[in-house]
Write a protein that binds this ligand. Structure first.
Ligand code: ZN
Length: 335
């Protein structure tokens, strides 16, 4: 009696597990990508770039509130901090921000998904979550800069975490790095690369997102695009993989206009990926170009093109999926 009950139960459990595993394994990278929705992006961004965040100036109250928002998101989704102590904040001391008049301490926010097969190899996704604060009573909401990249990263993390729960998690690890101090001199990413949580030699690549929710006026006639910068500077392999992923999983045009060596805007040097590139880590910088509301109080969430933001986020998700799961590690083959 005992024996057969146990046997019966175990058979039942086995069959349930099998059914569950089978149905879950049938989910593809496209299914996970489809969990990145316009609705979620919009909900996050309206909160994240609300006036209450006071323009998220490094070291100020609004930035701390924004950090808390990010931390709460990861906690709620069961995505852990990279350190064993469970701390999602990488504290940066006030002295580090030497250029400011009255420097205050600030923090990067970090979350981590551990790879199932090559956990020591880490892909770093980054987006800065600080902005320029409030001036003359006007809040600089920074919905595009870089609320768009920030909420995109949250959605990417959520999609990967769903895959983890289904037993389809990435083979390599992914660090979600929300950097502070970008607007005042790329401080958060500089600090991270000088005090890396995981060794830089194990950092496979950095995919950095800074402004992906708007349309460059120059692209008004052909708005289905994203500018890619830096993808071929250190690694032809990364460039080729990124292009192949876009071909397969996206209808966005990859525009390399600002990747030209002689581009006068020098965007390659102007966002957080550059601190990784300086350390010979292959990078891609995803960018929509500047627009009339760039660094103005009018960079608000109502002006974001949410379907475009979704497509661009999905492209970055698919590229991350590829570099995290492909057989060989991406190498800096142009050094
Ligand atoms: Zn920015």
């Amino acid at each position: 009696m005992k024996y057969s009950l146990l046997l019966g139960l175990s058979l039942l459990i086995t069959s349930c597990n099998t059914a569950q595993t089978n149905s879950k394994k049938n989910l593809t990278r496209i299914d996970y990508s489809n969990t990145i929705t316009v609705e979620d992006l919009k909900n996050h961004l309206y909160t994240f770039s609300d006036d209450k965040m006071e323009g998220r100036m490094t070291g100020e109250k609004g930035q701390k509130m924004a950090a808390e928002y990010l931390q709460n998101f990861y906690k709620a989704n069961g995505i852990t901090a990279p350190n064993n102590d469970g701390d999602y904040y990488q504290e940066i001391p006030a002295e580090y921000f030497g250029r400011m008049d009255e420097p205050k301490p600030s923090e990067n926010v970090v979350a981590f998904i551990k790879g199932s097969e090559k956990p020591d190899e880490v892909i770093v996704l980054s987006a800065h979550y600080d902005h320029v604060g409030t001036r003359d009573g006007k809040v600089y909401n920074g919905a595009d800069d870089d609320g768009s990249g920030t909420v995109g990263m949250l959605e990417i993390a959520e999609a990967f975490q769903k895959a983890v729960k289904d037993g389809n998690g990435p083979k390599r690890s992914i660090l979600f790095l929300h950097v502070t101090g970008e607007e005042i001199g790329l401080y958060g990413s500089k600090y991270y690369t000088e005090n890396p949580i995981f060794p830089l030699e194990n950092t496979v690549c950095n995919l950095n997102t800074d402004m992906i929710g708007r349309i460059d006026p120059a692209k008004k006639e052909n708005p289905n695009y994203i500018y890619l910068i830096g993808s071929d500077k250190l690694s032809q392999e990364l460039h080729d993989v990124s292009a192949a992923v876009a071909q397969e999983y996206s209808d966005l045009e990859l525009d390399y206009k600002f990747n030209a060596e002689d581009d006068p805007n020098r965007f390659y040097y102007r966002s957080d990926h550059y601190n990784f590139a300086k350390n010979n880590i292959p990078v891609i910088f995803y960018f929509n170009g500047v627009h009339e509301d760039y660094h103005k109080p009018t960079d608000t969430p109502d002006k974001i093109e949410y379907e475009l933001l979704q497509k661009r986020t999905q492209l970055i998700f698919q590229t991350t999926w590829e570099v995290a799961n492909r057989e060989g590690r991406i190498r800096a083959d142009k050094l």
